[in-house]
Design a protein around this ligand. Structure first.
Ligand SMILES: CC(C)(COP(=O)(O)OP(=O)(O)OC[C@H]1O[C@@H](n2cnc3c(N)ncnc32)[C@H](O)[C@@H]1OP(=O)(O)O)[C@@H](O)C(=O)NCCC(=O)NCCS
Length: 161
């Protein structure tokens, strides 16, 4: 998917160092290393696929990981670099991801989000996710997790190969 300031496409090996570096920056102790990210290049939705948003020079702007088994897809990760936020990039990553899992037969996207992650909750609400469950004290620091759901539907969005 191409937009005015870049492209959303499946990740390649060369993207992994930047994704791992930013994952560490954004998620700290929960970050995914290049070793954990590498299997996500295989194009196997059952174990997860990494999609990146890059600017016209190929620099990383954001990334997402989605998996799908049968009817249920799961958004495992989504992040946008701080300098690139509020430009609609997470929305583009979600649109591309929804299209990808719909073509694979999924009928809904599920995700878990910290109840205190205001930006993510605002993003998911704007995208039409609804809360279907809540897990109190789910995270190590005692924060609750919300489980959100989005039906997979809507117009085609085609990712570049
Ligand atoms: C959550 C995150 C992915 C949003 O990325 P983004 O590219 O800035 O989001 P978008 O620009 O696509 O936002 C779309 C809409 O979501 C809502 N939104 C997103 N971030 C918001 C914020 N910080 N405050 C309020 N609303 C917000 C708005 O409605 C926004 O539309 P608008 O800018 O026209 O008002 C980004 O803040 C991020 O990477 N956070 C750290 C990682 C994280 O928490 N990931 C999710 C949990 S795994």
């Amino acid at each position: 998917m191409t937009w005015a300031a870049g492209v959303v496409r499946p990740a390649e090996q060369a993207d992994l160092p930047a994704v791992a570096r930013w994952d560490a920056e954004i998620f700290g102790a929960d970050a995914w290393s290049t070793a954990l990210l590498t299997p996500l290049l295989a194009g196997e939705l059952t174990s997860g696929e990494l999609t990146v948003a890059v600017d016209p020079d190929g620099a990383l702007l954001g990334y997402a990981v989605l998996s799908a088994v049968g009817a249920d897809a799961e958004l495992q990760r989504i992040a946008v670099l701080p300098v690139a936020r509020r430009r609609g990039i997470a929305g583009l990553l979600l649109a591309a991801g929804r299209d990808r899992v719909r073509r694979a037969g999924a009928t809904r996207v599920l995700l878990e989000v910290r109840a205190d992650n205001a930006a993510a909750l605002a993003l998911y609400a704007a995208e039409g996710f609804v809360e279907i469950g809540r897990r109190p004290r789910y995270y190590r620091d005692g924060a609750a997790a919300l489980i959100l759901e989005h039906p997979v539907s809507g117009p085609d969005v085609t990712m570049e190969a």
